[in-house]
Design a protein around this ligand. Sequence first.
Ligand code: FNR
Ligand code: LAC
Length: 361
Amino acid sequence: MSAPTPPYDRIPPEIVSLDDYEAFARGRMDPAAWAYLAGGAADELTLRANREAYGRIRLRPRVLGDFRGANTRVELFGRTFAHPLLVAPMAFHRLAHPQGEIATAFGAAALEAGMVVSMQASVALEEIAAATAGPKWFQLYLYAERSFTESLVRRAEAAGYEALVVTVDAPVHGVRNREQRAGFRLPAGVEPVNLREMPPLPVCESPFDPAYLATLPGWDSLAWLKSITRLPVLLKGVLCADDAARAVAEGLDGVIVSNHGGRTLDTLPAAIDALPRVAERVAGRVPVLCDGGIRRGTDVLKALALGADAVLLGRPVFHGLSVAGATGVAHVLKILRTELEVAMLLAGCPTIGTIDRRVLW
Ligand code: FNR
Ligand code: LAC
């Protein structure tokens, strides 16, 4: 595995969109690490669908609106965010940059973006939290065994994380053929450092091996988690309105509509296509967030119009990190935020609260 190319100290001026960042990042990362980052499950139909679905939605412009006091502020769990863009949890940022999640945290904080830190981060969760004052949430997977999870939750609470995000759509690694063909392995020096004390999961040929099945969490695991923490708990990886309704009924504090960036079960629908029914069922009782394929301010506007309270950005953050470290992450978020403002202005929406289905053609 080759080390990533050192980041630019000046952002190339021809980078003006998130896709430009992807094109620059592709040539800079090790090919196997790129396959891990960019790839999805199986034939990558869901990976592509996430983007194609946004492209099919048409916007409806409005002219000559009154925009005095216009802003992109949103409130989530009692905190006001300057805009509705958060960094999605992603493992191993050190694949893209020697400082890994620390650099990402600086970039996010510069743009006042919330950051969701992955349990599989390549830097200690305490160091990431301490690096900036920006708001951070902690993402984790649950297992039947609870004592390690409890210790992780206590660490996240002590470090100042403001919410827990439990990812439920990946109890098993997806069939990641691109990753397999590239022979991706973590390079020396990049590891999930927060999981050093975790009891190892059994190595099984089949996910139906009883030893593996014994590790899987259930709704009771979420009830338990709620019982041991006062932090809001969001469920990430919900596409089905029935699951979202159950989450609300179980007392969870938010849902994230996501197909894991097309990385788990191929041929799932695009996240944006699943969002409306989830949002309708949740009916404003808890925040609904959405991720997958968001690359344009117009995509953000569409997600908000179809019921999202905020959105998360995955791979483009990694691209920015690879190209120009913290500055690249900040620039990615800045591009998207400015595009969102342009789209809001042209669609006649001075505030996030005024965005609804009327912005759709
Ligand atoms: C992810 N994702 C993810 N999700 C999660 O809950 N925990 C994790 O550790 C990871 N790790 C991870 C690594 C990499 C390299 C990628 C690309 C993605 C999924 C992520 O949070 C998010 O759902 C998607 O990336 C969103 O789609 P886009 O924006 O990448 O299209
Ligand atoms: C992934 C795991 C880490 O998507 O969630 O690669």
